[in-house]
Design a protein around this ligand. Structure first.
Ligand code: ZN
Ligand code: ZN
Length: 353
């Protein structure tokens, strides 16, 4: 039997990504094989492409790497052990694959599996800059009919933003601040509003992107290049006390420092971005004195279907974040000519049809 092939992009080294014909994955055992319809372009993909990713330096991501971890598609075939999916189903997936065999996996406690592979990143499970994805049924979900394929490809980054809100209670007296106008920042704005924060403030550096923030629910936007963001946040917050929740998605060291500077007593600071380096001069004493809790948020098992459900029922749609559509044939352009996209890009989507 002749092996079927598909087109996929593999990164061989810094600035060396190639679209090639590779074997098309097979639907064996509990595997679902889906035709990819949309792939979202993530800053992490870019850092793998350029070699700037700290995970490349640490050896946790190795070249050659079949990257890409944000996608939605249509089931093409299923293995004999697959129970809940059939060809034609619209699907999306987790961004990791647990081994499926260890004690933790048998309990369905996939986050405790010691041999997880991340889709398109650390300990790479083949990613979604490819015509087909193969993934075990336990990590696949039905995409509700109310959501478009674009939105399906946004569920992964949305699941990361969702993690920033774990254990947080927001009321109309609360001020939530989001640093960064990428897709995760936009979803964080949208979630802060959904969860009932009285004032939602988005801080960025591009007026065009800040405008999108207003469309999806920010009450105020601050251009940090033009205004003193910390002073303005204090002024806008209840009793000028500062922000109760800060979600830092920008990856900028100064934004991380400002997150501490603008916080109200007992504030929660959720850090969602990667910085790709160590930051030496973080002011820790104010964090202690203010009793802030600073947590990292990177997604976990269960986030995807939960945030998908909010996307399904929230009448406020995230569609303004899809600023670019690029056909799969030209996908490499997004990496090779990033400067063309940079100023206006929030989420670029690769289209396969
Ligand atoms: Zn991503
Ligand atoms: Zn396992």
């Amino acid at each position: 039997m002749k092996m079927e092939t598909m087109k996929a992009i593999t990164v061989y080294g810094p600035h060396d990504a190639r679209m090639e014909n590779v074997p098309k994955p097979l639907a064996t055992g509990d595997m679902v094989v889906a035709k990819v319809c949309r792939t979202g372009v993530c800053a992490t993909d870019r850092s793998i492409y350029t070699g700037e990713s700290s995970f490349i330096r640490s050896g946790e991501i190795k070249y050659p790497c079949r990257f890409g971890h944000e996608w939605a598609g249509i089931v093409e075939s299923v293995g004999p052990d697959v129970k809940d999916f059939k060809p034609g189903d619209r699907v999306y997936s987790d961004n990791f694959v647990a081994c499926g065999e260890c004690e933790a996996c048998k309990r369905k406690d996939y986050m405790s599996c010691n041999s997880t592979r991340s889709v398109g990143t650390v300990n790479t499970w083949d990613g979604c800059y490819a015509e087909y994805m193969q993934i075990p049924e336990r990590h696949v979900y039905h995409l509700p009919e109310e959501l478009s394929m674009d939105e399906g490809a946004l569920i992964e980054p949305a699941s990361i933003a969702y993690d920033a809100f774990r254990g947080v209670q927001l009321t109309e007296n609360d001020t939530a601040v989001v640093y960064g106008t990428g897709a995760i920042g936009m979803v964080a704005v949208w979630l802060a509003k959904y969860y009932g924060a009285g004032r939602v403030i988005l801080v960025g550096r591009s007026d065009d992107k800040l405008k999108v923030g207003l469309e999806i629910g920010a009450d105020y936007v601050i251009n940090g290049k033009k205004e003193d963001a910390v002073a303005r946040i204090k002024e806008l917050s209840l009793g000028k006390k500062g922000a109760n929740l800060i979600v830092e998605t920008s990856g900028s060291a100064s934004a991380l420092k400002d997150s501490i500077a603008c916080a109200a007593r007992y504030a929660r600071i959720s850090v969602v971005s990667f910085y790709e380096r160590n930051i030496d001069d973080l002011p820790i004493d104010p964090l202690v004195l203010g009793c802030f809790s600073m947590v990292g948020a990177a997604g976990r098992d269960g986030n995807s279907p939960e945030v998908c459900e909010i996307m399904r029922k929230n009448p406020v749609k995230l569609t303004p974040v899809f600023t670019h559509h690029v056909p799969f044939e030209n996908a490499l352009d997004v990496f090779e000519h990033e400067e063309k996209y940079h100023n206006s890009k929030i989420k670029a989507i690769i289209d396969f049809d």
